[in-house]
Design a protein around this ligand. Structure first.
Ligand code: ATP
Ligand code: MG
Length: 461
């Protein structure tokens, strides 16, 4: 059986025009890689079996195989096959073809969605590229060996057959994984030029798997980071979310900084890592995001971006207040200015910008602990996110812990207890009325007026 398989897969090695070699696969037995078919998701197994039954080749590929060998539960499964998208589509009732240029098929198995792609050809001299060498189209079907050669890191070019329980390893990925090294397939500088996002993937995957970057993978990043500017913003945004929501954001940021790689790779990282005032806050925010990912809780990009940019807003707001602008309108101006400056660079969509602003705008309202204001704040749809944000501000030392504790208690309390917790009302309007009655105290009216306006404005937040 193994011999038959060996012959099926074993092709002559060759070199592509790009200089990358198309290699033969080593066949790694169960005893060495340790993936029992039972540890593969039932959907992935069923999909491979159905394709094989129809006489196509089909394997679990990429991140899932890598994660299983590393003892991590894969978050999703990719399948690579010799069947074309149409052929895959016709085999599975619950499936649909997605993508226009390079079509892949989503196959639904129970609650799982498997991404099935046809073996893709490696790049060659005819591949369309931009003036920096970035691959623009990547849509030719190829052999399994070519498919392996176009993947980024050796640990990502592993193909697991659930039927035989054999891993097909084209680039010594299993050995690299065991030696905890992230190594590029082919020449790293060429591969970064083809797709600069691979620089970020290198950092993210090394943090996720606890791998050391091979020196050849790490060395060019500092110099080539600028190439990220040519990547479409939507793709950068996706990668940024993957990094921040990987469950290893703190480790990623630490690695980037230790290696001096944080400049230019991702605009957001420059923002995060260059705000000394907000560093503690940002690291706490990233740590709590990591904890949420690990606990399987939901995550909102708006909330995370609100934390990452908060100290920029604070600094801007302080400047405005120092220029005697009214606090609440000044906060709105500061929010808009920071989002204008960063929003485009970070590809923050309008909808997410809306979420971010809601969280920021609610912050000053936590200072009001008298009258009806606290009750009204509790009813805000975004109260929970805004309160979590407040708690983070307290934990980082920006504001008094007492304020966050008060709001924690206030939420838990019943109506009568809430009434008892309210602070005495010392609204500026009353003071102003009292002072109006004193004929000799005319100047006080002038000074108090902004406060009253501010109080009204902040109630409208
Ligand atoms: P994770 O899912 O943990 O984020 P992953 O490696 O599985 O990591 P995916 O984006 O799911 O990442 O990609 C699946 C596979 O596709 C990878 O394992 C790799 O083989 C290949 N791949 C992804 N991105 C690239 C890229 N930029 N260049 C080359 N191959 C890639
Ligand atoms: Mg994956």
């Amino acid at each position: 059986m193994i011999r038959k398989l060996f012959h099926r897969v074993f092709r002559r090695g060759s070199v592509l025009p790009s200089g990358q070699s198309v290699k033969n696969a080593a066949l790694i037995p169960l005893a060495r890689h340790g993936i029992h078919r039972e540890s593969v998701s039932p959907g992935a197994r069923r999909t491979c079996e159905a394709l094989q039954k129809a006489s196509y080749t089909a394997y679990v590929v990429g991140g899932a195989v890598r994660d299983l060998i590393a003892g991590i539960v894969p978050k999703d499964y990719d399948i690579a096959t010799s069947a074309t998208p149409e052929q895959v589509r016709s085999l599975f009732r619950r499936s649909r073809i997605i993508g226009r240029r390079f079509q892949i098929v989503h196959v639904m198995q129970g609650s799982e969605t498997l991404e099935v792609s046809t073996f893709r050809a490696a790049h060659d001299a005819d591949t369309a590229k931009d003036e920096h060498g970035r691959v623009l189209r990547d849509n030719v079907f190829g052999t399994m060996a070519e498919d392996a050669a176009r993947r980024d890191f050796t640990v990502n070019a592993l193909y697991y057959d659930p039927t035989t329980q054999i891993v097909h390893d084209y680039h010594h990925g299993v050995a690299d994984l065991k030696q905890k090294t992230l190594r590029m397939i082919g020449e790293p500088t060429v591969r970064y030029r083809e797709d600069p996002v691979r620089m970020l993937r290198a950092v993210r995957l090394s943090a996720k798997l606890g791998l050391t970057l091979d020196p050849a993978v790490r060395a060019p990043i500092r110099e080539m980071a600028g190439l990220m500017e040519n990547v479409p913003v939507a793709r950068v945004f996706d990668e940024m979310l993957k990094l921040l929501f990987s469950g290893h954001a703190v480790e990623c940021v630490k690695r980037l900084r230790d290696d001096g790689l944080h400049h230019g790779l991702l605009p957001l990282l420059d923002v995060i890592l260059e705000q000394p005032m907000g560093e503690k806050f940002v690291l706490l925010a990233l740590a709590s995001t990591d904890a949420r990912v690990k606990a399987g809780k939901s995550l909102s990009p708006g909330y995370l971006f609100a934390t990452l940019l908060w100290h920029e807003v604070l600094a801007n707001w302080e400047n405005r207040k120092a220029r005697r602008e009214l606090p609440t309108p000044a906060l709105y101006e500061a929010m808009d200015e920071v989002l204008d400056q960063q929003g485009e660079k970070l590809a923050i969509t309008r909808r997410i910008a809306g979420d971010i602003k809601e969280i920021w705008a609610l912050q000053p309202r936590f200072d009001k602990r008298a009258g009806k204001s606290p009750h009204r704040l509790l009813e805000q749809p975004r109260f929970r996110a805004a309160y979590d944000f407040l708690a983070l501000r307290a934990e980082s030392g920006e504001i008094d812990q007492e304020l966050a504790d008060w709001w924690h208690e206030f939420q838990m309390a019943d109506l009568a207890e809430r009434e008892a917790m309210l602070l005495p009302d010392s609204g500026p309007k009353k003071r102003r009325r009292r002072r109006v009655k004193k004929p000799a105290d005319g100047l006080a009216n002038v000074n108090d007026a902004p406060d009253a306006a501010e109080s009204r404005a902040s109630d409208e937040v």
